[in-house]
Ligand binder design. Structure first.
Ligand code: HEM
Length: 503
């Protein structure tokens, strides 16, 4: 008997040698660093990381689990792991994160089945790096996200903010408490709908209810961890029903958004580029020159994506911020004193006041640090071709993530990272728009969030309006800061609190 037969006999004297050999090979692949998908790769991983198939990514605190794993494997800069047949790397270090995010080799995104079925591969966020994506990016940064365009939306933003103030008073009279998330969600949804579709919705009637139901189903489908994305057989079987539900939703979305596009076409003008200040984004897309114009189905994808990207990120950020204000009454009072001294009580807050409210801006920064809405930077990047990160070769097709949550909670980078302390940003001005990877909640590089200016303008104005109008105090339920990572990092137990009018 040769030595290899001895090994097989050792595994089990009753197993046939071929089966025993297969078990050994599978076990060797499974237990090699970085796990199965890395072991099957033509380039062996030189990056530290857990063996096996990582289940942590499917949990509601994947960012926390990945941060702990990176620490335990001493793989802060770069860690490799596998989920099914998908190869991953994740960085929890600002320098390596910058290297990944700013590299054109990582300018693609992996497309989950749900995104594909909802046609998002034709929208900006998932479109492959190339001419089509560049065109979308150029059109939207010129006509939807430019500073001029964002400031032209001030009136609607401010009216929606005032509407929320009235709604809060009604909720307080009716229930004695405010369900913050619900109110912010509808305000934010209408804000996006007005900028993009030029239309506001009443969520009490049939059309508003249909919109809300489409958005809710879309969030669930895009947020769900679909095992089929990583195990081809499970994908084929569609055991979680993701494909079936996506197809049903895509049909309803086509009808809903298709109707809005048709209404705009009936207006029979197609806004000229020089008239764009007065039109919405659909008008603009319809008025584009022949060579840039999108097909109707591509327009549905582009417009629909804006709703998903733009609505809950802002609502969730504001909910976390208000939760912090409830928990830290001293900081709330300081922000209110700042607003009182700049704005006073006789006039409403406006966009132009925000630059004079540094403490309020620091509160938002500190909330983004402690509770980034996209702790793993929402949607990951994909290596387009073989590329080096540090000394390691990353094969084409590897999914790359940045654990922004791990970076913003690292005590080697931030002093007392667990402490909510807006003053740290008064002492040091940190740019949060993508140039400083110690705090880059909107990502960085070519695929940085194009909606960041709009998101911050909305968050600052609404926060100022809400703090100016009310003193926020806990309800009998208190405040639970546990998070739940779905499409964004939400509060696990939505904030319910008491708002006492200040005037
Ligand atoms: C607090 C609010 C927001 C946060 C924290 C946020 C965060 C992010 C992040 C982390 C990315 C990925 C960046 C990267 O890969 O480097 C992203 C991409 C994107 N965001 Fe935002 N976002 C917010 C608001 C918005 C808004 C209001 C819109 C539009 C209405 C928007 C539209 C997009 C789009 C279209 C992309 C994909 C860009 C591309 O792949 O080229 N976001 N966002």
């Amino acid at each position: 008997m040769d030595s290899s037969s001895n090994v097989f006999t050792f595994i089990s004297p009753t197993l046939p040698p071929a089966l025993a050999a297969s078990i050994i090979i599978i076990a060797a692949l499974f237990f090699s660093p970085g796990g199965l998908a890395w072991a099957l790769s033509r380039k062996r991983s030189t990056i530290p990381g857990p063996t096996g198939i990582l289940l942590a990514l499917s949990g509601s605190a994947a960012h926390v689990s990945l941060a702990a794993l990176a620490r335990s494997f001493q793989a802060i800069r770069l860690m490799a792991f596998s989920v099914g047949l998908t190869r991953f790397i994740v960085s929890s270090h600002p320098e390596t994160a910058k290297e990944i995010l700013s590299s054109s080799s990582f300018a693609d995104r992996p497309i989950k089945e749900s995104a594909y079925e909802l046609l998002f591969h034709r929208a900006m966020g998932f479109a492959p790096f190339g001419e089509y994506w560049r065109n979308l990016r150029r059109i939207s940064s010129t006509y939807l996200f430019s500073p001029k365009r964002v400031s032209s939306f001030e009136k609607q933003r401010s009216e929606i903010g005032e509407g929320m103030v009235c709604e809060i008073k009604r909720m307080m009279e009716r229930n004695g408490v405010v369900e913050v998330k619900r109110m912010l969600h509808f305000g934010s949804l209408n804000n996006v709908m007005l900028s993009v579709f030029g239309k506001k919705y009443d969520f009490g009637n049939a059309e508003g209810m249909e919109l809300e139901s489409l958005v809710k189903e879309g969030y669930e489908l895009l947020g769900v961890f679909n095992w089929g994305d990583h195990f081809p057989l499970l994908g084929w079987l569609d055991l979680q029903g993701v494909r079936r539900r996506c197809r049903a939703l895509a049909a309803r979305v086509n009808v809903f958004v298709g109707k809005i596009i048709a209404e705009h076409k009936r207006k029979d003008h197609g806004v000229r580029i020089d008239e764009v200040e007065s039109g919405d984004f659909v008008d603009l897309l319809l008025g584009l020159e022949e060579k840039e114009r999108l097909s109707d189905s591509d327009m549905v994808a582009v417009l629909w994506e804006m709703i998903f990207r733009g609505t809950d990120t802002v609502a969730i950020l504001l909910e976390w911020t208000l939760a912090r204000m409830v928990l830290h009454p001293d900081m709330q009072a300081k922000a209110q004193a700042e607003i009182d001294s700049v704005v006073g009580s006789s006039r409403p807050v406006s966009d132009s006041d925000i630059q004079h409210l540094p403490y309020l801006q620091s509160i938002v920064k500190e909330t983004l640090r402690m509770h980034p809405p996209g702790p793993l930077l929402s949607w990951a990047r994909l290596a387009i071709h073989d590329v080096n990160v540090g000394d390691h070769v990353i094969p084409a097709g590897t999914t790359a993530m940045v654990n922004m949550w791990a970076i913003t909670h690292d005590e080697a980078i931030w002093s007392e990272p667990q402490k909510f302390n807006p003053d740290r940003f008064i002492d040091e001005d940190v740019n949060i728009l993508g140039s400083d990877l110690r705090l880059a909640p909107f990502g960085s590089g070519r695929r940085v969030c194009p909606g960041k200016t709009m998101a911050l303008a909305t968050t600052h104005l609404w926060l100022a309006q809400l703090l100016k109008s009310f003193k926020w105090v806990p309800s009998k339920n208190g405040v639970d800061l546990s998070g739940n990572l779905k499409m964004s990092l939400e509060m696990k137990n939505p904030l319910v609190c008491v708002a006492i009018p200040r005037y």
